[in-house]
Design a protein around this ligand. Structure first.
Ligand code: PRP
Ligand code: ADE
Length: 172
């Protein structure tokens, strides 16, 4: 499924992901991440109109991808950060409850969208993002993340969507 170069990028990223018990934070190698994302998107969903990045760590990747592909980059942000009219959705994530917002004017009906984040845990964050995007009439083509904590079964919340992660952690 991956080229030899992609496998090397995945190994490089994996090597630099630290373990920080009791603190929800992860580190990454940017160049390898960018190339890995671009190579995957080229083969899986080359026909997208915009990249949606999720507050906050998703922004790091959505900007890189959108700028390389010369397409729009749209932020979904936590409550109270976006000006103008917004759609809102409350959601649950691994360690709490939050509210996500999307500007009503950010996406047009029918636009094909890729959602990008750093990590899938319970899937609550990505599920909330799909709801917001669909409120605006745009279409979620795929959800993409670097890492996935598979025991938390995030994909159960995302059954109607194509979901991909490059690195899976199989233990709690
Ligand atoms: O699959 P879930 O259980 O919903 O969890 C995944 C989300 O949790 C983290 O974001 P968080 O809101 O903690 O904060 P940050 O990106 O603002 O650091 C992570 O970056 C994902 O967006
Ligand atoms: N265990 C975890 N580590 C890093 N980010 C997260 N977001 C949700 N759960 C997380």
């Amino acid at each position: 499924m991956y080229s030899a170069e992609d496998n090397a990028r995945i190994e490089l990223i994996k090597k630099h992901i630290g373990e920080y018990p009791d603190f929800p934070k992860k580190g990454i190698i940017f160049k390898a991440v960018k190339e890995l994302f671009l190579s995957y998107i080229k083969s899986s969903c080359p026909d997208i109109d915009a990249v949606v990045g999720l507050d906050a760590r998703g922004f790091l990747f959505s900007l890189l991808i959108a700028s390389e592909l010369s397409i729009g980059c749209v932020p979904i942000r936590k409550k109270g950060k976006l000006p103008g009219e917004t759609y809102s959705v409350e959601y649950q994530l691994e360690y709490g409850v939050d509210v996500f917002q999307l500007q009503k004017s950010a996406l047009k009906p029918g636009q094909k969208v890729l959602i990008v984040d750093d990590l899938i845990a319970t899937g609550g964050t990505l599920e909330a993002a799909t709801k917001l995007i669909e409120k605006s009439g745009a279409v979620v083509v795929e959800c993409l993340a670097i890492m996935e904590l598979t025991p938390l079964k995030g994909r159960d919340k995302l059954k109607n969507y194509k979901v991909h992660s490059f690195i899976q952690y199989d233990e709690d």
